[in-house]
Design a binder for this molecule. Structure first.
Ligand code: FES
Ligand code: FES
Length: 491
């Protein structure tokens, strides 16, 4: 048990826990964002005795008598200045990193009212921003410092309403001060926490599932398998080939495939119970890269009959003719690696019954698609499912697909209670749809113009070629990517 001060109020924490959990779950100070829970991203930055500190690495038992300040504890003047400076400098995009940036800025400006850019860089070196880059954030902190030093009122720009005029982002002040709500910031009375048991192998037949120990675990309210899906078993944006859960007898497609869902009174109970589920597998050889996948020797989706999702043939000009006439021709194989979107906000959704339908609060990039697929899974008409778009803490296309929304909806459907499903960073790793790797094979001609005296293109850099590109598509046939079917393009 520890006693300390949060935003000037004395608080007691009876059990030792991470400070971020106490601030968010107990005090509902949701400006303290949870980007990783591992001390890596800085979204949870607060001040402890005036020092910028990550709340996810502090245990409450070590904070006796400390003074903790979050964005909610900023003075009226500080709120006005930071909101103005970050908005004016264009330093806010998704906003998930911004309250942490503001607290890091406060720690600096409280001790150094006239900082150099080098000092600002040093002050925010532990805070990651995935959207904005750091220059505008540095400018915002310089601007805030100037306004504080001058002691002037924050300017209010009068808009003229003319084309070309710079407009402030309407959501920037709320995001800067941590007031903007992301899905994980929602708390409802009686809310349960859900998680999934995911495949141990990238490709394996599920032989049996034993949920007895999980069902008996303290706090567990519901344990579901594929047999509990009232509507369609498979969902997906472009092609419905993504299993909500893999049933007994069927084959997994990647490490992210869910096999069992668990809902419990606390997240820790849900995760502990999920670890008790016993799944018996027959391990099968996986498809590990696109080029071997193209051979169709092992089918990722057996019912498709091929690993190729689509074949596009694009023709622009006469590449054969140009290559034949070219002075220089390069033939090579090119590849790009998979690249994680690395949005700072892990996926999260909260679902609950609403009338005879379902309400889903989701931080995704396609609420209509979420509605459609969750309705199909629940066997409901689409108008019985309503999806509320929460703030999205970065997505970059990687939050277009179902990740947690359908699982939250299914658990809420069965428990008749609100259910939150939030990925940890580790949960997201095997699942997150990374930007697809590409393998290109063929003749590719790319030379600078000065070396192409017989070419009449006006571009500085001229490209012609005949390329066969294999692109890994999504966790299913999704819009963005992670890995089980292939798309072939020939240019
Ligand atoms: S550093 Fe604390 S949530 Fe990432
Ligand atoms: S604005 Fe910084 S992570 Fe999105």
């Amino acid at each position: 048990m520890a006693s300390f001060f949060v935003n000037g109020r004395q608080e007691s924490c009876p059990e030792n826990k991470k400070l971020i959990r106490f601030l968010r779950d107990d005090l509902r100070l949701t400006s303290v964002k949870n980007g990783c829970s591992e001390g890596a991203c800085g979204t949870c930055t607060v001040l402890i005795d005036g020092k910028a500190t990550k709340a996810c690495v502090q245990q409450t038992d070590r904070l006796e008598s400390k003074q903790i300040i979050t964005c909610e504890g900023l003075s009226a003047r500080e709120r006005e200045v930071y909101a103005y400076a970050f908005t004016e400098a264009g330093a806010v995009q998704c906003g998930f990193c911004t309250p942490g940036m503001v607290m890091a800025a406060k720690a600096l400006l409280d001790r150094e009212p006239n900082p150099t850019t080098a000092q600002i860089k040093d002050a925010i070196r532990m805070n990651i921003c995935r959207c904005t880059g750091y220059k505008k954030i540095e400018e915002a902190i310089l601007l805030a410092a100037e306004v504080f030093r001058n002691g002037e009122a924050v300017p209010h720009r009068a808009l003229k309403g003319i084309v070309g005029e710079n407009l402030d982002r309407v959501d920037a002040p709320g995001k800067a001060l941590g007031e903007a709500l992301y899905a994980d910031d929602l708390y409802f009375d009686g809310m349960l926490y859900g998680t999934a048991v995911r495949s141990k192998y990238p490709r394996a037949r599920v032989l049996s599932i034993d949920t007895a120990a999980a069902k008996a675990y303290e706090g567990v309210v519901c344990v579901l398998t594929a047999d509990d899906i009232p509507g369609t078993q498979k969902i997906g944006h472009l092609k419905q080939d993504y299993d909500v859960m893999i049933p007994v007898g069927k084959v997994t497609h990647f490490l992210g495939d869910a096999i069992v869902l668990v809902a419990a009174e606390t997240e820790a109970q849900a995760r502990a119970a999920a670890a008790l589920v016993k799944v018996e597998y027959e391990e099968l050889p996986p498809v590990l890269d696109m080029l071997s996948g193209l051979k169709d020797e092992i089918l990722v989706h057996e019912s498709n009959g091929t690993n190729v999702l689509s074949h596009e043939h694009l023709v622009r000009g006469n590449a054969d003719e140009v290559i034949r006439k070219s002075r220089y021709v390069v033939t090579n194989r090119y590849s790009t690696p998979p690249t994680d979107h690395a949005f700072l906000e892990p996926e999260c959704a909260v679902a609950m019954h609403e009338g005879d339908g379902m309400r889903i609060y989701s931080g995704d990039q396609g609420v209509y698609q979420t509605r459609k697929e969750c309705a199909q899974m629940l066997g409901l008409e689409p108008d019985k499912v309503r999806v509320t778009a929460m703030m999205v803490g970065g997505g970059f296309g990687g939050k277009e697909d179902m990740s947690v929304q359908h699982h939250a909806a299914l658990l809420a459907w069965h428990t008749r209670r609100p259910v939150k499903v939030a990925f940890s960073r580790a949960d997201g790793k095997p699942f997150d749809p990374s930007e697809a790797p590409r393998n290109g094979d063929g003749v590719h001609h790319r030379l600078r113009r000065e070396r192409l005296s017989d070419c009449h293109e006006s571009d500085d850099c001229v490209r012609y070629g005949r390329v066969r590109v294999a692109r890994r598509t999504g966790s299913a046939a999704c819009l963005h990517a992670c890995g089980r079917t292939l798309q072939l393009s020939e240019h």
